[in-house]
Write a protein that binds this ligand. Structure first.
Ligand code: ADP
Ligand code: ZN
Length: 210
């Protein structure tokens, strides 16, 4: 199954992707994670990407498309994959269509005010990538690997607002682009409540013989 997760930053795509990846045994490909790995190196590309990410803007399409194309060509993607954070522009969607056939696009919907609240209280483990909310983890220590949690630079209020604007302008047109294969889900409830209808839908899709 080849799946795209579409939704604003902070709508809960990453959390949903991890559950789908576990249950349907397909890799989660997060372009944000791939870029965060690139940024840790020291190269001219790393510096450029770092600056763009810190501002909440988008990395140029050419760089992003190449990176995803390479990743999807790896053997673990043969059975399928979940794209989390890609495509983010219609140009990326058009490019993707030339090298892969997407079965379904899951649109994760959440009101902007809730997104701003959730992202402001989001903390990430710099070691293993686990995501927490400060409400659930006031000690701010990773429960999996004991590393002190950090707040991503782009999870600060001004950058969040800019990321939401970028989503409305550049990414939301993809909702129309994929109108023939869209499955909508609200992430206003708990992660389990969000996942449940998605799991039912994907199970059916899988039975149909994807
Ligand atoms: P979120 O979904 O929480 O905004 P991500 O981890 O998906 O965060 O992405 C972080 C940053 O990485 C984005 O703000 C952007 O700068 C860059 N990025 C990720 N995916 C893409 C993409 N498909 N195209 C361009 N830039 C991207
Ligand atoms: Zn950890």
């Amino acid at each position: 199954m080849k799946i795209i997760l579409l939704g604003a930053p902070g709508s809960g795509k990453g959390t949903l992707a991890k559950k789908i990846s576990r249950d349907f045994d397909i890799p989660q490909i997060s372009t944000g994670d791939l870029f965060r790995a690139i940024v840790k190196e020291s190269s001219p590309l790393a510096n450029k990407v770092k600056e763009i990410m810190a501002s909440g803007g988008l990395v140029p399409d050419e760089i992003t498309i190449e990176m995803v194309k390479d990743r999807i060509a790896k053997p673990d993607c043969k059975k399928g994959f979940i794209l989390d954070g890609f495509p983010r522009t219609v140009k990326q969607g058009e490019a993707l269509a030339t090298f892969s056939n997407i079965d379904t696009v899951i649109l994760v919907e959440l009101a902007n005010e809730v997104i701003i609240d959730r992202l402001s209280s989001r903390r990430t483990c710099p070691n293993c990538g686990e995501i927490y909310s400060i409400e659930d983890n006031p000690e701010e220590i990773c429960k999996k690997c004991n590393t002190p949690l950090i707040q991503r630079d782009d999870d600060k209020p001004d950058t969040i607002r800019h990321r939401l604007e970028v989503y409305d302008k550049n990414t939301s047109p993809l909702i129309n682009f994929y109108s023939d294969r869209l499955f909508k889900v609200s992430s206003a409830g708990s992660p389990e409540e969000t996942y449940s209808p998605v799991k039912a839908f994907l199970t059916k899709l899988e039975e149909k013989g994807e």
